[in-house]
Design a binder for this molecule. Structure first.
Ligand code: NDP
Length: 327
């Protein structure tokens, strides 16, 4: 038997979440069985646990898009019992039972060995949020952005993806401008490496097709009006990575930034990212992350507190990263 967060449908069409004991035989098919040590709460996990967004697509579900653990049994030559591995994305917690549980069973090619130099705890302090921030940074670099190109904007900067994007970009020598709805967190963002902190309010009014050209690069977690305003204020040849929808699913923009300033908009999807890229991104995170700073932006909650903490996350009462201790 093992403990797991369990989300099921109610007779009235809603959902209920509980901490359950489940039998090992109930685990879904997969080549590798893990003893989970740490998991996390990402925005998507919060939606799944609260039912505030259609994240769960198979019922009942054990949520949790990420976890780190030790291989207990493996039918794959890729992994041996005793090896520490990371699971993130690939449909875990959405279509296939995920990481908010003491055990998980998944296909071998969803797993990445824990890279050298990164502890299991720190891997989950990063989690999908940190992984996505890394994919954004790599995409900016692939499109030619360099520290000499000019300032780089990060929206939703006090959130999980935003906080880690600020840290990574600052570490790489970029001039980072953090955008936040919580200006009272200025000291937090400066400590992560932001050169300047701007209010999200500047980015929420409907933009003109082109605004003053200010940013060479941008990592956007907000979508909606904020992403439109970011695109309108990019410098010529600027690069924007879009990974989130914290501010909305819509995108009320014009083609002006793309056809008049040559702006590139790169979409980032951490879930279906190919395994080879996952391995590279996790290795780069292990190399770049300042674990002391990471620890300072992370807090740990027990598995039993996952559901109430999920509501706090969606209501803007958390910042940085939340690690879930799996006993
Ligand atoms: P968090 O909740 O930790 O952070 C989101 C941040 O967005 C908040 O902290 C807040 O930062 C900002 N925000 C909140 N409400 C709004 C709003 N109305 N308009 C603009 N900004 C807002 O979530 P994560 O960092 O885990 O995820 C951020 C986004 O990225 C989510 O939409 C998530 O779904 C997406 N995501 C996508 C992935 C992918 O593969 N594409 C992977 C991981 C996440 P502040 O107060 O500083 O403004």
């Amino acid at each position: 038997m093992f403990d797991a967060m369990y989300v099921e449908k109610t007779a009235t069409g809603g959902q209920q979440v509980s901490l359950r004991q489940l039998a090992d035989e109930a685990l879904p098919p997969g080549e590798v069985t893990l003893r989970v040590r740490w998991s996390t709460l990402n925005y998507k996990d919060a939606l799944a646990l609260t039912g505030r967004g259609p994240v769960v697509r198979a019922w009942p579900m054990v949520p949790g898009v990420d976890c780190v653990g030790v291989v207990e049994a493996s039918d794959s030559p890729l992994f041996q019992p005793g090896q520490e591995v990371i699971l993130n994305g690939c449909g875990a917690g959405e279509l296939h039972w995920g990481g908010l549980a003491q055990r998980a069973r998944v296909p071998a090619d969803w797993l990445v060995p824990l890279p050298e130099g990164l502890s299991a705890y720190h891997a989950m302090a990063l989690g999908t949020a940190g992984f996505t921030a890394m994919l954004c940074v790599q995409a900016l670099e692939r499109e030619g952005l360099r520290p000499s190109s000019g300032p780089v904007l990060v929206t939703g900067a006090t959130g999980g993806v935003g906080s880690i994007a600020v840290m990574l970009l600052a570490r790489l020598g970029y001039e980072v401008v953090a955008v936040t709805g919580r200006l009272e967190e200025q000291a937090y963002l400066t400590a992560l490496g932001a050169h300047e902190v701007l209010s999200r309010a500047h980015f929420e009014a409907p933009p003109r097709p082109l605004e003053k050209a200010r940013w060479a690069g941008a990592v956007d977690v907000a979508g909606g009006a904020v992403l439109a305003a970011v695109c309108a204020s990019m410098k010529p040849q600027g690069v924007v990575t879009a990974c989130g929808l914290a501010g909305g699913m819509d995108f009320p923009t014009t083609v002006a930034p793309f056809i008049l300033r040559g702006v590139t908009l790169v979409g980032i999807d951490s879930v279906m990212c190919p395994r080879a890229q996952r391995v590279v991104a996790w290795a780069r995170l292990a190399e770049l992350i300042d674990t002391e700073k990471l620890q300072a932006v992370s807090r740990t909650v027990p598995l039993s507190a996952a559901a109430e903490t999920a509501a706090d996350l969606l209501d803007g009462r958390t910042k940085g990263r939340i690690v879930v201790d799996i006993p």
